[in-house]
Design a protein around this ligand. Structure first.
Ligand SMILES: *Cc1c(COP(=O)(O)O)cnc(C)c1O
Length: 392
């Protein structure tokens, strides 16, 4: 028996890709990113579900993520967005990935090894993370041109300020710089068949400007990038777009016990009972990615009801109050994230309690916790309009 597991709604994942396909049309390559164990959803289960929904490529951060996908039989094109060590270039070629290019050393080494590789140049447009300024980018392109086995397949960049605001002036400026770089490359005779810049928020807001490929992330997992993006989508009459969250994180009650009024709960004595209280001990803690910031703030779902967290989240254990859930008993399921009955704990809620973002909340669910592919497990999707109505 598992004390903790995640149920992954593979139908929801596939449906999210279909939603984006309707949005961007048939000619755009949909390339969802399955980095960080697919934002905590399991890279193999998720990668296969995305491809079943019509994704064309998959993005990863690290070469080891590409290795895991290939070992699991994923044959689709893989694009490595993060750094590849010079000593790992032979493996990158063997794994048949394409990769981002932003330094001369990589080109020198590929040439010396006489290896073929499809490269995506990264232009600096305002994120200051991996990109090259235009003159340097053109110099790198000319250097690559001297190597017959190397191909400039793509041009990439990444938005710095798109989810955090409803004012997209900075993002528009990045778009313009990207277009300028693409024109400059093409003016020098580089075809660059696969330019790509859009993440989830950009694909949701400007589906007509995703160039040839969209590197979807959070929205492919059924989560809106931010409330600001959701508001911006509603304002653009795109609020009917339905995204389906796919992940349910569960544990089981390891002990139920009664304590008297005035009893302290957990490290630091941060909670004291005010009346006779029934506590349930859950074998989940911050080492599993259940953030310590949830202490005395969050709740879990047991028997279709809310059970508040009492005291501090420990490394491996969390204590919740089940005084008002008399039916709660040993080994009953507790939902940490997702639905149970009519109630739902969203990744956004958990992130809010823990003072972080939903991206971090899901990406940090410990990789060793089993994930099970369970089509239909997450329930009905909710559009931004529906959420907005709920708020009203
Ligand atoms: C993670 C990532 C994405 C996806 O971002 P979302 O905001 O999750 O859509 C796209 N591009 C790059 C380079 C990334 O690292």
């Amino acid at each position: 028996m598992d004390w903790q597991w995640c149920e992954i709604d593979t139908d929801a994942l596939s449906n999210n890709i279909r939603t984006f396909r309707r949005l961007v049309g048939p000619d755009v390559l949909l390339s969802p990113t399955v980095k960080s164990n697919a934002y905590g959803h399991d890279a193999v289960i998720t990668g296969k579900a995305f491809l079943a929904g019509g994704a064309d490529w998959l993005c990863v951060h690290a070469l080891e993520e590409a290795r895991r996908l290939r070992q699991a039989g994923v044959a689709a094109p893989l694009y490595v967005m993060g750094p590849v060590a010079l000593s790992d270039l032979e493996e990158a070629v063997a794994l048949d990935v394409r990769m981002v290019a932003y330094n001369f050393e990589t080109i020198d080494r590929l040439e010396a090894l006489n290896l073929p590789m499809k490269l995506h140049l990264k232009i600096e447009t305002g994120n200051h993370r991996q990109g090259l300024e235009l003159p340097e980018l053109l110099a790198l392109a000319r250097r690559i041109k001297r190597c017959p086995k190397l191909e400039i397949e793509g041009l990439a960049s990444h938005f710095a300020n798109i989810e955090d605001t409803t004012h997209h002036q900075y993002a528009r400026q990045q778009l313009d710089l990207f277009e300028k770089a693409l024109s400059a490359l093409r003016a020098e005779g580089f075809a660059v068949p696969v330019p790509h810049l859009s993440n989830s928020a950009a694909a949701l807001l400007w589906p007509e400007r995703v160039f040839r490929m969209a590197r979807l992330g959070i929205a492919a997992y059924g989560l809106w990038p931010s409330p600001e993006t959701q508001v911006a989508a509603v304002l653009r009459d795109r609020g009917d777009l339905q995204l389906c969250p796919a992940l349910t994180w569960k544990t089981r009650i390891a002990q139920v016990r009664e304590v008297p009024a005035g009893a302290f709960v957990g490290y630091g004595l941060s909670y004291m009972t005010t009346h006779k209280t029934r506590l349930a001990i859950l074998p989940v803690g911050y080492a599993d990615g259940y953030d310590r910031g949830l202490s005395n703030l969050g709740h879990v779902l047991i028997a279709g009801q809310r059970a508040p967290i009492r005291g501090r989240v420990c490394m491996n254990l969390t204590i919740v109050d089940v005084t008002d859930i008399p039916e709660a008993k040993l080994e009953d399921e507790a939902v940490l994230l997702g639905r149970q009955g009519d109630l739902c704990i969203t990744a956004e809620q958990l992130a809010g309690w823990a003072s972080t973002i939903h991206y971090e909340m899901i990406a940090r669910i410990r990789e060793g916790i089993p994930r099970y592919a369970m089509p239909g497990s997450a329930g009905e999707p909710l559009s931004a309009d529906a959420m907005y109505r709920e708020i009203k």
